[in-house]
Design a protein around this ligand. Sequence first.
Ligand SMILES: *[C@@H]1O[C@H](CO)[C@@H](O)[C@H](O)[C@H]1NC(C)=O
Ligand SMILES: *[C@@H]1O[C@H](CO)[C@@H](O)[C@H](O)[C@H]1NC(C)=O
Length: 386
Amino acid sequence: MHLLLSLGLCALAQATCCGAQSPPQQALGSSPLLSRGCSDSDVLAVSGMALQDINRDQQEGYALGLNRVHGVWEHRQDSQGSLFYLTLDVLETSCHVLSRKDWKDCGARLLHESVYGQCKAMFYVNKPKRILYLPAYNCTLRPVSRRKIHMMCPDCPSPSSTDLSDPRVLEAATESLAKYNSKSASKQYSLDKVTRASHQWVVGPAYFVEYLIRESPCTKLHASSCSLQSSDSMPVGLCQGSLTQTRTEKFVSVTCDFFKSQVQTPEGESSAVKQSSGSLPGVEQPLQENTTSSSSPAKTGPLGSIQHLPDLEDETPKGSEEKDRQEAFPVQLDLTTNPQGDTLDISFLFLGSQQEKLVVLPFPKERHSAECPGPARTTSPLVLPA
Ligand SMILES: *[C@@H]1O[C@H](CO)[C@@H](O)[C@H](O)[C@H]1NC(C)=O
Ligand SMILES: *[C@@H]1O[C@H](CO)[C@@H](O)[C@H](O)[C@H]1NC(C)=O
């Protein structure tokens, strides 16, 4: 009852209150959802921040960057603020998520090394209260099709990706890190985990690796005799290394990028609610965190995960070429199946003690506006999910 009433009020509020908003928006029949343009500046800002929160929620893998907004619905809440339903086409960047860098500051990968896909996210924006909140997301990624890359450029030497358990991958990581340590004045680093690997014939077999490093408790002076194990310290940087072997010589290269040291937040305490670098018009100041309520059990991180699927071509039997693109990147995101919606308690986001609720609908499946998808940054059809 109450829910229907609030939906009604909400639709009413949309009809009367929002004429000042400039972008063209259309309500869908009696649905409270507004179909928005995928290149509207506020939609782009909201999408960028949602993706930043998705990246913040990760402990492994590479940060995702926005390639284009695929679809967007806005649900103005009868209380305050809007819940956005976003479908985003994304690309892995070269930053590890632990760098906690904004994806906008991260480099793109070369086309033949791309990993791309789609995310769905729900993102709540309350400008007057300066609240930004990501209740849920889900993403599905795949590596770019090796066959299509090869068809595009049959003679291009492109490294093929390599199983991380290949002993030569570990050797390349160890040798390149040893080179880094030998150049380091005192501090030594140990291998945490290999995150990417590829190989290619150059003048001999060449292995290219990316790996996380930790600070080693040993210093250079007694590095060889040091038996201390790095405890449960966090990775401090990401290195790129290579090892090329010819019959007579061995070439080793290494560069490392250190993560900005960060304020340690207790495990599981998500920072999704806090925004420090948001650039949404009208939300210039970061949300103040009420430290007394930050231990409240209601304050949970966003629900979501990033699913990695194999190269699409490896999955589909030859001949049955173009599999349904929708199926190729399945992303499910539903906090409710009730077509009338359900309420989500978001009181913990507010400083006061009153109850605050968000009306959440099943993720909209209808077609998006004519202004969607928006323009892509990387326009190659090889990295666009649909
Ligand atoms: C923080 O939250 C608590 C309980 O929600 C409230 O009593 C207190 O006044 C808030 N503190 C500030 C600084 O707003
Ligand atoms: C996210 O996707 C997984 C399957 O990959 C699904 O089990 C889960 O329910 C999805 N989350 C939401 C909130 O829909």
